[in-house]
Write a protein that binds this ligand. Structure first.
Ligand SMILES: Cc1cc2nc3c(=O)[nH]c(=O)nc-3n(C[C@H](O)[C@H](O)[C@H](O)COP(=O)(O)OP(=O)(O)OC[C@H]3O[C@@H](n4cnc5c(N)ncnc54)[C@H](O)[C@@H]3O)c2cc1C
Length: 637
């Protein structure tokens, strides 16, 4: 199959406008004849459901949680980017576009990224109109701060709770549509399969998580906004319910999975402190605006931080990257922290941490100013570690945070299955091999508020639909498949818990497909995952029944998918014999230990096609063509 990204012609700055004009429209009276399923109510799904319903479509909205508001998006802390240039420091749409393409190590599609930068400004206006309490400066104008990979301040924020505030905005808009009867809300439902007929996505099978019943829901189009798959590593900053299931089941139905090995490891997380831990906590990147990262110069120096004099500290990011300093992008900061710890200079009991120190900022700006900016983050840190970050430096270490890979989509955000659209973190589109901070919220809301309302209309208006309802025999078959999988999981009755398998998988992924990778390790990981998967289907224990609320069963289904998907990630990492962004193969690095790309051979998005149970997936390549940004070795020095 030939991948067609459907990128409109013409100059990059005019592509989206031109496309908007060329897209077919559904007339207002006809919109109510179309049903659209939206799976997920995070920023991508919540904004899409609200907007599509506002336009007049019948929307059915699904989520795992008891309320749309509990989506993982609520955890987002630091902010959302936009090219408003309010601080007058040289920002522009073009600069945001350039920074994002470069930040992604030239592995994203130019046209999508440019559109994202263009739309970024509309998002801020829209959210302000909704009443999002963005931080403001003394004169009342919206305030900005800096995030990694940029030399301008373009990040809008609401203290350390930006995701929560933005989600409340989307949720309010969604609630209005629920009350008006335009959105039917189905909370506590987990999508287990996609129904495809005549090559078109026409519905989903979900499990009602309260009573265990399977349900079939039909529609003219399905929009997946089911978030990222970082929890494949077991320990990550993601919400516990984040999973790959919906996307992976769609992959098995024909949607290609793009760049699955592109994972983001965030440099500033509270370090792992024990083997019983099931969650890691992020300390927002915004802290690197004021916090200084350092380790003792001498690996043998085990004195408390306060006793190490200035001259004996290594501010390694400021040293190595004078232009960007502590605000280098995440992949770069993470690799450098790991390098320091590998040299034995890590701090704390495990030696797997570096300092993030606010002493200078407090001296310069006062404690009150720092508290105003980051108070809730400092409080969170103190609650977890029992240490007061106003008095001693935070200890931080990289952790899995975000997944740039996802289902392949074209410029319309449509996957390789007609009528299956994918948005937010669940798609692969805009961040290349490394996402810049504060760009995920921007992308999710661009997709939901400003792109899908048009592109889904273009699809519906230009497509003929057979009369298909939930009574269709093939739909029943899809449900039967989902049911037999659940029955099989419950019948194994083995000796190891689901979490036990998940933890072991996570360690394999972290050790061999994490921050640094090599071919031997990846081969080994593949073998270990296959073994673990075989054992899982023989020896997992899932207590309870399928006709009830059963979280072990929910988790078992998700871990079963991770056990297949993890191998796809490894396969993708093995196939990409270069380093780029978050994909760092030790064999391909510059003298300064930076990722060394191979543009001649790997300047493409790798889109994997499922070819059957025992068969190797097949890779399809979408060439990435850079006409507006020159391909170059990324430098933040
Ligand atoms: C701690 C933390 C802080 C962050 N801070 C920032 C930040 O400051 N700025 C920034 O830009 N980004 C940030 N991010 C990243 C950003 O929050 C996410 O990428 C983004 O919110 C994802 O939004 P989404 O709508 O795609 O998915 P999510 O918010 O993950 O929503 C997924 C939805 O899908 C539903 N779902 C999932 N699977 C199924 C299924 N099988 N069936 C039914 N429903 C399903 C869930 O119930 C949920 O409603 C942060 C991430 C973390 C972890």
């Amino acid at each position: 199959m030939q991948l067609d990204a459907k990128i409109p012609g013409g100059p990059i700055a005019e592509k989206w406008d031109r496309h908007l004009f060329e897209l077919k429209l559904v007339n207002p009276a006809n919109k109510r004849k179309y049903d659209i399923i939206v799976v997920g109510t995070g920023l991508a799904g919540g904004s899409a459901s609200a907007t599509l319903a506002e336009l007049g479509y019948n929307v059915k909205s699904f989520c795992i949680h008891d309320s749309p508001r509990r989506a993982h998006s609520i955890a987002a802390q630091g902010g959302i980017n936009a090219a408003k240039n309010y601080p007058n420091d040289g920002d522009s749409i073009w600069r945001l576009f350039y920074d994002t393409v470069k930040g992604g190590d030239f592995r994203a599609r130019e046209a999508n990224v440019y559109r994202l930068a263009q739309i970024s400004n509309d998002i801020i206006d829209h959210c302000v109109a909704q009443g999002i309490p963005f931080a403001r400066d003394y004169g009342g104008l919206l305030a900005n701060r800096s995030f990694g990979g940029a030399q301008v301040s373009r990040t809008f924020y609401a203290r350390g709770q930006t995701g929560q505030q933005l989600l409340l905005g989307a949720y309010s808009a969604l609630s209005r549509q629920i009350a008006d009867g335009n959105v039917q809300m189905f909370p506590r439902r987990e999508m287990l399969d996609l129904f495809v007929i005549n090559g078109q996505a026409r519905g989903i099978v979900v499990r009602n998580l309260i009573n265990g019943q399977l349900e079939r829901h039909d529609a003219h189009a399905v929009v997946l906004c089911t978030g990222g798959y970082g929890n494949v590593f077991f320990l990550s900053t993601n919400a516990m319910a984040s999973n790959v299931t919906a996307a992976f089941r769609a992959y098995k139905k024909g949607a290609f999975f793009a760049n699955p090995c592109f994972t983001q490891i965030h440099p500033t997380c509270v370090p792992v402190h024990g083997t019983y831990q099931s969650k890691l906590t992020l300390m927002s990147e915004s802290l690197r605006n004021d916090g200084r990262v350092w380790v003792p110069k001498n690996p043998a120096d085990k004195r408390p931080s306060g006793q190490i004099p200035e001259a004996e500290r290594d501010y390694f990011l400021e040293e190595k990257y004078p232009s960007f300093g502590n605000l280098v992008p995440r992949d770069v900061a993470s690799r450098n922290a790991k390098e320091q710890c590998d040299m034995g200079k890590g701090v704390g009991e495990t030696g797997l941490a570096v300092y993030l120190d606010f002493a200078d900022a407090i001296k310069r700006d006062t404690k009150a100013v720092i508290e105003k900016k980051y108070g809730n983050l400092f409080q969170m840190y103190e609650k977890i570690t029992g240490e007061n970050p106003y008095e001693r430096p935070m200890r931080i270490y990289p952790a899995v945070h975000y997944t740039m890979g996802g289902l392949w989509v074209d410029y319309n955000l449509m996957s390789t299955i007609d009528g299956l659209f994918v948005m937010g973190e669940a798609n692969f589109s805009d961040h290349g091999a490394n996402r810049l901070g504060a760009s995920a919220l921007m992308q999710g809301l661009a997709d939901g508020y400003f792109i899908i309302p048009y592109t889904v209309g273009g699809y519906l208006a230009g497509t003929e639909f057979a009369d298909v309802t939930t009574d269709h025999g093939a739909f029943k078959e899809t449900e039967n498949d989902a049911q037999s999988r659940l029955t099989r999981l419950l019948a194994i009755n083995g000796k190891r818990t689901v979490d036990d398998f998940h933890k072991e998988l996570g360690l394999v992924m972290w050790d061999y497909c994490g921050m640094a990778r090599n071919n031997d390790g990846l081969e080994k990981a593949r073998h270990l995952i296959q073994q673990l998967r075989a054992e899982f289907w023989e020896n997992v224990t899932v207590p309870g029944t399928g006709q009830d609320f059963n979280q072990s069963l929910e988790r078992a289904g998700r871990v079963a998918d991770y056990l297949e998907f993890g191998e796809l990630m490894v396969l993708d990492a093995l196939a990409r014999q270069e380093s780029c962004g978050g994909h760092f193969n030790e064999a391909y690095q510059t003298k300064g230990h930076e990722a060394r790309r191979d543009d001649e051979n790997f300047c493409y998005a790798a889109a994997w096609e499922y070819t059957g149970k025992e068969a190797e997936p097949q890779v399809h390549k979408e060439p990435l063509i850079f006409e507006n940004v020159e391909l170059s070795q990324r430098s933040y020095k």
